[in-house]
Design a protein around this ligand. Structure first.
Ligand SMILES: C[S@@+](CC[C@H](N)C(=O)[O-])C[C@H]1O[C@@H](n2cnc3c(N)ncnc32)[C@H](O)[C@@H]1O
Length: 270
């Protein structure tokens, strides 16, 4: 028994992707992401990349004069899109210094109506860097999934968000299990976590944390956009799954779904 639990402990340790590991991961992988994705590092995109940002701007009722935080901003594509349309003050934070450098280069080329600042910061600690009740809108685009402690991240979001402020999350979550063979999904999820330095969770875990910290959830659903996974699929095919997902199993079949992409819109209620 002890041997089995030691094995599990070792496995958990290996799979435990801390912010430091995420930082190392992006130090190594950002150039490949740039080459494959351009300035939007997301698997679920719209065919016209900017359409997704107009859709989100609409959902969060973005308006001139607002203060916005892009938590996990990558090389700045989403924040720069919003600031080119709206006269907003947007802070983009990422755990990766090379992403900050690229984001600043992209900013120098952009035609902005608003203000954008990029800096290296861990989104678990934003409450140590910004005043309480500061932001109108905070969003995470496929970034919270990297967190080893989403509760800490949401707690700090709560502090810096204004009362009734908006939190928007778009992320990947565990897909439906096949009740007959649940281990296939778990195998695929573990491989995904290891490859992309993630902690893919059940959606319920994030919803629980949100309600625990005083958020009222307006909706949790599949994003209502023309979903395009072409860039993400090409990236995966080019670099990743062939290395690890080499065991026989249903993930080799087309149409096997072990992840799903969802969006959550919530307001700070308390
Ligand atoms: C898949 S990329 C998405 C980037 C961006 N949202 C976009 O749409 O292009 C994930 C991002 O989350 C950031 N990230 C992950 N963990 C973080 C943390 N603890 N603090 C700040 N940023 C983090 C990464 O540095 C990266 O920029």
């Amino acid at each position: 028994m002890r041997i089995i639990s030691l094995k599990q402990e070792l496995m958990d340790k290996k799979m435990h992707n801390t912010p430091e590991k995420v930082e190392q991961y992006y130090a190594e992988w950002t150039d490949r992401y740039l080459e494959s994705f351009g300035t939007y590092f997301q698997a679920l995109q719209t065919t016209n990349q900017e359409d997704l940002m107009w859709y989100i701007a609409d959902l969060v009722h973005l308006g001139n004069g607002m203060r916005v935080l892009d938590a996990g901003c990558g090389v700045g594509g989403p924040a720069l899109s919003l600031a080119s349309r709206f006269d907003i003050d947007i802070q983009g934070i990422t755990i990766s210094q090379n992403q900050v450098d690229y984001a600043n280069q992209n900013k120098a080329k952009a035609n902005l109506k608003g203000q954008v600042q990029f800096q290296k910061m861990d989104f678990h600690t934003i409450d140590q860097h910004y005043p309480e009740n500061h932001f109108d809108v905070i969003y995470f685009l496929e970034s919270l999934v990297h967190s080893d402690n989403p509760e800490r991240a949401i707690q700090s979001v709560r502090k810096v968000l204004k009362p009734q402020g908006v939190l928007y999350l778009k992320d990947l979550f565990k897909g439906p299990r096949n009740p007959v063979d649940p281990q296939y999904v778990d195998y695929a999820i573990n491989a995904t976590n290891e490859q992309f330095c993630l902690h893919v969770r059940d959606m319920g875990e994030i919803l629980d944390v949100l309600t625990k910290y005083g958020f009222r959830i307006s909706f949790c659903r599949t994003p209502e956009v023309d979903q395009n996974f072409d860039l993400g699929n090409a990236f995966t095919a080019k670099y990743l799954f062939q290395l690890k997902m080499d065991q026989e199993g249903p993930w080799m079949d087309e149409g096997f779904i072990f992840l799903h992409w969802m969006e959550i819109l919530a307001h700070k209620h308390y």
